[in-house]
Design a protein around this ligand. Sequence first.
Ligand code: ACO
Length: 397
Amino acid sequence: MDAELNMKYAHIVGWGSFWPDKILTNDDIANIVDTSDDWIFARTGIRERRIAGEGETTATLAFEAAARALVVAGLHPSQLDMIIVATSTPEYIFPSTASRVQDYLGAARAGAFDLSAACSGFVYALNMAAQAIATGSIRNAVVIGSETMSRVLDWEDRGTCILFGDGAGAVVLRGSSIPGGVMASELRSDGSGGDLLRLPAVYHNPVPALGPEYLGNGHKHNTIAMDGRQVFRFATRVLYQSILNVLKKADLNIDDVALFVPHQANVRIIQHVAKKLKVPMEKFYLNVERAGNTSAASIPMALCDAIEDGRLRPDDNVVFIGFGGGLTWAASVVKWDVTPPEVTRLDREWKRTRYIVARGRSKVRRWGRRMEAYLTGSPTPDARLRDAEKEKKLPPS
Ligand code: ACO
């Protein structure tokens, strides 16, 4: 029992990322809006980004990243207690993206929810899962950042459409009695700056019978709007202070940090912070040139690249720093203590087969529910929608 109670240190034991195949270069964007590769690269450090394909959603991207992370961790989805997806681009408000990932993985014992903190979301989610492990309420969690930003961009606004990309990254957290893992975090928000970076979501359906004041909120377009200059100033200010605060909480100095993995928004923001901290740029891992700003996915995607590049060794201290809409910002210090295990191709294929079986099981359950509805004469929401369309109560979806 004691051993169970002591599993309070949340170690990162698995990681994985997923990059959609389609590459959109700055030159491609210059064919859409009045811009150029030179302008975009000089102001942001971005050369290209990935765009999700037709059949891909925030949930499928998240699933791919999580499945890879579980393979590295050597965990079966049934061992997961919690799935958190940090995202600003869920396909549905509900079911949550995390619930869809739970279904795709066949993680039958896991709770699942989405977390909304824009580009800081991954660091927030990491902290939530680590805290749940620290209290003993869970043992294993997968924390995912996943985004399909291309679907919420105004492709006529050159101030925003040049910045963002699609992708997903995930880590598996596991409770251990060995000190280390997620050591300290700082999560912050300043809602007074909410208008500087926003993505309207719910268009209120009018309720005419109740009078004009019930006619909705006017959010007709759910695309990103941003005041770039103000966001730039906010980011450079809070990142610097947040790094100092979180290091103090972890009782570490700036020289104790082996690698900073910042939110990949803009190289100039990172240069600014590095200079202020008097830390060489080499200590900040960057992949924004190839990925663009993938919002909540950017830190775990960069982490995976950093591991692949051999930038992390056991006992290294790594700092994650996110900032974005809300306004929100967040930092975490993690003691890195794993050597990547050898994962054979056979192992990977065998584990992928298990996911296919899990998805089959999920389909069988869904058919079972439909059959039950048919036999008991209580139509499912989908059938009700189809009937309403047929009766011309609704426009075709
Ligand atoms: N191509 C060419 N010219 C452009 C473009 C473009 N894509 N966009 C703007 N311009 C022009 C403007 O019209 C302006 O022209 P003017 O001087 O004739 O009026 C000029 O370039 C300068 O515009 P600024 O907006 O002042 O350009 P700035 O140097 O601030 O760079 C940028 C813009 C890159 C957006 C920068 O402000 C930035 O990176 N801000 C931070 C944004 C960010 O990181 N957001 C994500 C936060 S994370 C999240 O939660 C989503």
